[in-house]
Design a protein around this ligand. Structure first.
Ligand code: PGA
Length: 252
């Protein structure tokens, strides 16, 4: 049985004080261990303050990116060494990183390898844009991206990787994928993992759906056998809404 994982991608939102307050509100909404890995992903500046709020409680912390180099002359970047001890997860290859900051499949792969080497759990994002969907290329685009994520990943580490299927047309649009599409692509992702690493790893790997997930629609995604959680943007900035999504994924 895979433990569900719901991550809140706060993107470039929340000041230090707002981040602390949001984390406090989410913790209050959820109470104890919700039976789901709940990962808060504030901007880099929020990691330490939110860490102070969540302590060693059930809420986990993630970064939104990392630099695959350990240190050096990379002005403005944050390396994996700086995240060690501060968070356990890191979102990698989000479509906004790929689109606005020109991250390639090879860049994402280098970051995944750096994260795994550092003991961080990567949440690696894949997904097609609108034109690719309209040309019927969803499967081929996602397959290329998933294979790139796992390039050079040892079998012993592969089961730790979380994949988030986030079609670009669904992100921030209020137009989520249908649960059937989320299930089909998640099953495809698992089948690629099975081909690469075998059955045991394929059963271990968690696949999230992301893109306009809300408390109102989360249960439909949670009902899909290959969807193990959600990567949530906008709705993760509202404590009650985010808690509703987490509850939808709580095993009965
Ligand atoms: P959204 O964003 O939930 O606001 O659609 C999802 C994401 O970008 O991770």
């Amino acid at each position: 049985m895979r433990r569900p994982i719901v991550a809140g991608n706060w993107k470039m939102n929340t000041t230090v004080d707002e981040g602390r307050a949001l984390a406090r509100d989410i913790a209050a909404q959820l109470g104890g261990d919700p039976g789901v890995d709940v990962v808060l992903c504030p901007p880099f500046t929020g990691l330490s303050p939110v860490h102070d709020v969540v302590g060693d409680g059930p809420l986990l912390l993630g970064a939104q990116s990392l630099n695959a180099n350990a240190r050096g002359a990379y002005t403005g970047e944050v390396s994996w060494t700086m995240l060690q001890g501060l968070c356990a997860y890191v979102i990698l290859g989000h479509s906004e990183r790929r689109t606005y900051f020109h991250e390639t499949d090879a860049d994402v792969n280098a970051k995944v390898l750096a994260a795994l080497g550092a003991g961080l759990t990567p949440i690696a994002c894949v997904g097609e844009h609108t034109e690719q969907r309209d040309r019927g290329e969803t499967a081929s685009v996602c397959e290329r991206q998933v294979r790139a994520v796992f390039d050079g990943v040892a079998a012993a580490d592969a089961g730790r990787v979380v994949i988030a299927y986030e079609p670009l047309w669904a992100i921030g649009s209020g137009q989520p994928a249908t649960p059937a599409v989320a299930q089909d692509v998640s099953a495809l992702i698992r089948s690629i993992v099975r081909e690469l690493y075998g059955d045991d790893v394929a059963r271990q790997v968690r696949v999230q759906y992301g893109g306009s997930v809300t408390a109102a629609n989360a249960a439909e995604f949670a009902a899909q056998p290959d969807v193990d959680g959600a990567l949530v943007g906008g709705a993760s900035l509202k404590a009650a809404e985010f808690a509703g999504i987490v509850r939808a994924f709580t095993p009965l």
